[in-house]
Design a binder for this molecule. Structure first.
Ligand SMILES: [Zn+2]
Length: 180
């Protein structure tokens, strides 16, 4: 889903230009402006961590379980491919060690089996909330992703305030002129 632009980049750049330059102990210089309170700028308007989102409304499709039953589920087919992949995986570890040392061919074989396995598996990641268990969480995730990519265009980033962490700040690095 493509959202409309979240930020007024021109306005934000003007604010950043005017912001005081802050230098940390490592000599990194940044400018920071206040974007808003998490509770007023995110789609859900809720504060939570990815691992403790009990205050979110569960996804209507998967009921918050993050998974849905796969209508293609075939236990025997799944088991056969799953075991085949497991053997291939264990052999690769025995022969080549860590997966970064595996030949490309083995990666391709395993990925192919994984795809087949996912076709016959019993549970699928819920496509509605993409496994987050909540639509609110998904909308929030889209929001943060888009905010990040809009800020990327001006080489800035967002972070939360110290303290309660509910205030969203935007910072950018200040180039240090080292011309001699
Ligand atoms: Zn869901």
């Amino acid at each position: 889903m493509k959202l409309k632009s979240l930020l007024d980049i021109t306005k934000l750049l003007k604010q950043l230009d005017k912001a005081e330059v802050y230098e940390d102990e490592d000599g990194n210089k940044t400018q920071t402006v206040y974007l808003g309170d998490i509770r007023s700028i995110t789609p859900s308007g809720k504060v939570y961590t990815p691992f403790a989102c009990s205050n979110l409304t569960p996804c209507p499709r998967c009921n918050g379980t993050t998974q849905i039953e796969n209508k293609h589920y075939k236990k025997k087919k799944w088991m056969k491919i799953h075991n085949k992949r497991k053997v291939l995986f264990l052999n690769a570890i025995n022969q080549c060690g860590h997966f970064v040392h595996w030949p490309e061919k083995i990666h391709q074989k395993i990925n192919k089996l994984l795809k087949q396995e996912n076709h016959w598996t019993q549970w699928l990641i819920c496509p509605e909330c993409i496994g987050l268990g909540s639509l609110e969480a998904r909308l929030d995730q889209d929001f943060w992703k888009q905010l990040g990519s809009e800020l990327d265009t001006i080489e800035a980033w967002h972070h939360s305030s110290e303290g309660d962490g509910c205030q969203v700040m935007v910072s950018r690095g200040v180039e240090i002129c080292t011309q001699t």
